[in-house]
Design a protein around this ligand. Structure first.
Ligand SMILES: [Zn+2]
Length: 294
């Protein structure tokens, strides 16, 4: 089976996996247990008995990737990592696992986090019970139902045409990125984009446009990407969230976030657009030979 070309189908309690080999997503507190050396990582595919013995509780059945059942489980912290397995942070596995496996691992991490944090009712403190048909937890005492959290946060690429605004947080080394911020209760995404930009840099925006989204399982964010054009103000960072922000052109970009993130994808798309604009401008003023002139 070619795992790269398969789709994931969700399953919810009380579904059970079909007997036979399964794809195991076993997490310790430091990351995902995987097989193989760096650069050739793979999730464990196999029968349940040996892997299940390493896990703290029964695995969660998440669904099927193609036809193979996918199971998420917490590694027993009292055990040593077995021979042939290594613990790797999810971020470090980007590009090594297939895209389908990487997305699935993020989902598994979120569902395990949900199980660890949803055992008691937030209203009355009673033990909760699983519900049929979703990952909600029902309190049999007071009837409260809680669902897995998804926390929206915006990513904001601010430009003024030829220049891109990049910001630096304390502790980031030499790396710069676009702006980001959590959505507040009662706030639209557009209001969040404008407020975060004003709070963090003192700049006003116009021409907001939605770009795309990315689940970010650390522990349960949903990143929503926007581009916006500078509309006024001088850069003033707060010194806490950000210690520096500056305009950059494609010729003088600083160190950027790793390719795993939507913020990097948005920056790369902006760079590609800028290079296309500058190539087309050079063509128009005759600096480059036209492809038609040969
Ligand atoms: Zn309750």
């Amino acid at each position: 089976m070619d795992i790269l070309s398969t789709t994931f189908t969700h399953a919810f309690p009380p579904a059970h996996p079909a007997p036979g080999p399964a794809l195991w997503l076993v997490f310790s507190k430091d990351g995902l247990l995987i097989r193989g050396a760096e650069g050739q990582s793979s999730l464990h595919r196999g029968g349940s008995s040996t892997v299940e013995a390493l896990c703290l509780r029964a695995p969660l059945y998440l669904g099927t990737l193609g036809s193979i059942p996918c199971l998420a489980a917490d590694f027993d912290p009292d055990l040593d990592v077995p021979e042939g397995w290594v613990v790797r942070s999810l971020r470090s596995l980007y590009g090594e696992l297939s895209e389908a496996e990487y997305t699935l691992a993020g989902y598994a991490q979120q569902m395990l986090y949900w199980r660890r944090t949803s055992g008691f009712c937030p209203v009355c403190g009673h033990h909760t019970e699983p519900r049929d048909g979703d990952w909600g937890r029902l309190c049999p005492e007071c009837g409260h139902i809680a669902y897995p959290h998804v926390t929206p946060a915006t990513l904001i690429l601010v430009h003024d045409g030829p220049r891109l605004l990049l910001a630096h947080k304390p502790g980031w080394g030499n790396r710069y990125s676009i702006l980001a911020g959590f959505v507040e209760s009662g706030e639209s995404l557009e209001e969040c984009v404008r407020r975060e930009t004003m709070e963090e840099t003192g700049l006003k925006l116009t021409d907001l446009a939605y770009v795309g989204s990315q689940p970010w399982p650390y522990p349960h964010q949903l990143m929503l990407g926007f581009t916006a054009r500078y509309a006024g103000g001088d850069i003033q960072v707060d010194g806490v969230e950000l210690d520096h922000a500056e305009w950059f052109t494609v010729e003088n970009l600083p160190e950027l976030p790793p390719p795993v993130s939507l913020s990097r994808t948005m920056i790369d798309e902006w760079i590609t657009r800028q290079l296309a604009i500058s190539a087309s401008a050079q063509l128009q003023i005759g600096l480059l030979p036209s492809p038609m002139s040969a």
